[in-house]
Design a protein around this ligand. Structure first.
Ligand SMILES: Cc1cc2nc3c(=O)[nH]c(=O)nc-3n(C[C@H](O)[C@H](O)[C@H](O)COP(=O)(O)O)c2cc1C
Ligand code: SF4
Length: 470
């Protein structure tokens, strides 16, 4: 009765003023709705970003369980999506080795090293073409970053730091790619401008193998990021080089350069000063940027060492829905446009291409390799492997699994060692299944896959066609 009286008197919720108590039931149901849909109503293939079938596969992989399914396909094979075209004569992979190195070593690493074409002082040959995508400390909790780093170390791949700087949690032994975002966290001066001295100080004595300039992210291209002051702990303030307890915003674009020409000058400056390969990460919007970049790299006097293309289906800690749903091209549409700009100028071998955007599922990764990537970066499925239940609360700080939280009582749920083991097992399962699919297509290495290996049933288009990912 008292609750009903409070409802009628309050002014912020009209529905409660008119329908006390009943209105409350509606709020409760709308809160419970997503959970009920996830566990009770939604069918196996329905949920987004990841369906139950996808999550079950990742989860079984992460636990070292049986990942197979029984009794045949659970999707309609004629649903208009892309199909992998197997070869009548599957490959055994044996032709790859001359006995100087093991078959596994050769098959697991990308065909390109970073920095070879431009002869950087510290060329980096990643051991694996499956790596961990940048997810900043701040958007993720410390134990989650540790779990990813431990998993990457044991599996033998690199972890991209994300744009939140290089924290103590990134220091569990895995190779690192240091990401430079528009906020220059971990490499900024007191005014928030880029500082070479701060960068050198941050990467000194750590296994940083390359630098990645983040231009944009598939889930929110064209806007910066925001971490509310309440989440800026002392640890985060130290990693980012910003004051604790104060809102931490990163702008929509870089201050250190303003077009392709000045960006390439900056790339060369960073590479010369650090000796490291330097690449960019971007979503795909206007195509002129990519044709300008490829044109500017003709002649080989300046150039990026790698390009990571992030699809619009990519993840984020927080983004406005209009950006997450409607800005930028999907990986499958965007990547071929970028690749073709380099291919038509004969530059595709001078750049290592990385893909991200739901590529942590083998059937998606294989399509990315067929369209020309050398490596795939894995974000959210690595979080699912660590225990993320797709509660979709990363932006609130109330992640129930502690993966995207900063509150002590929530993050105590994650044990970094156990999380690391699960990440390692999941990455192993992903790579194994990509090997199987590659062999089924009759080629010996994921880097040998071509567009002809994928048929888009929607367009009946093979070879250079643009497949759709689901
Ligand atoms: C919680 C979270 C934090 C992220 N933080 C960053 C970041 O700091 N820098 C960045 O370039 N991308 C960031 N991303 C995007 C991922 O690196 C990746 O590009 C994207 O999620 C696509 O990969 P996925 O589909 O495998 O998750 C973040 C994604 C998530 C889910
Ligand atoms: S459990 Fe939910 S809030 Fe936590 S990381 Fe996963 S999706 Fe984000």
């Amino acid at each position: 009765m008292l609750v009903a009286l409070i409802d009628v008197k309050q002014k912020s919720q009209p529905i409660l003023r008119v329908f006390p108590l009943v209105g409350r039931a509606r709020f409760l149901l709308s809160r419970l709705g997503p959970k009920l849909r996830q566990y009770v109503v939604a069918n196996d293939n329905e949920e987004r970003p990841y369906s139950r079938i996808d999550r079950d596969w990742v989860d079984a992989s992460a636990q070292g369980d049986n990942t197979q399914i029984a009794f045949g396909s659970r999707t309609d094979p004629h649903n208009g999506g892309p199909t992998i075209l197997h070869s009548t004569f599957a490959s055994t992979g044996q032709g790859l080795t001359d006995d100087s190195e093991s078959l596994e070593t050769i098959r697991d690493r990308p065909l390109k090293a970073l920095g070879t074409a431009r002869q950087r002082r510290h060329i980096y040959q990643p051991a694996s073409w499956v790596n961990i995508s940048g997810m900043s400390f701040g958007s993720l909790s410390g134990p989650a970053v540790q779990g990813l780093n431990l998993g990457a170390k044991e599996f033998g791949c690199f972890q991209n730091t994300g744009e939140g700087g290089l924290s103590v949690h990134h220091q569990q032994g895995a190779d690192l790619v240091f990401q430079i975002g528009t906020g220059y966290f971990g490499c900024r001066d007191v005014d928030g401008d880029f500082s070479l001295e701060a960068l050198k100080e941050t990467i000194a004595n750590h296994p940083v193998r390359a630098l990645e300039i983040k231009l944009s992210q598939g889930a929110k291209p064209g806007i910066g990021g925001f971490l509310p002051g309440a989440k800026v702990s002392h640890e985060i303030s130290k990693a980012r080089g910003v004051p604790a307890g104060v809102d931490c915003a990163s702008p929509a674009r870089h201050k250190a350069f303003h077009d392709v020409d000045t960006m390439l000058d900056w790339v060369e400056y960073l590479a010369a000063e650090t000796g490291l390969p330097v690449g960019i990460k971007s979503a795909v919007g206007e195509q002129s940027f990519w044709s300008d970049l490829a044109s500017a790299m003709e002649g080989n006097s300046r150039g990026v060492d790698f390009i990571c293309i992030d699809g619009a289906e990519g993840g984020t800690g927080a983004a406005p829905p209009s950006f997450a749903n409607s800005v930028g091209l999907s990986f499958a549409r965007g990547f071929p446009l970028v690749y073709s700009e380099f291919q038509k100028r004969g530059l595709q071998d001078q750049v290592a291409f990385i893909g991200s955007g739901k590529l942590g599922l083998p059937q998606n990764a294989i399509q990315a390799f067929a369209s020309g990537v050398d490596m795939v970066n894995i974000g959210r499925t690595a979080l699912i492997a660590m225990g993320c239940i797709q509660a979709l609360k990363c932006h609130t700080g109330d992640c129930p699994t502690g993966i995207a939280a900063q509150k002590g009582w929530l993050i105590r749920g994650i044990d970094p060692e156990a999380a690391g083991q699960r990440v390692e097992l999941y990455l192993g399962s992903l790579r194994r299944e990509i090997h199987l699919l590659t062999e089924a297509c009759g080629v010996e290495h994921a880097g040998f896959l071509e567009p002809r290996h994928i048929l888009d049933l929607a367009t009946d288009h093979v070879a250079g066609g643009i497949p759709r990912f689901h």
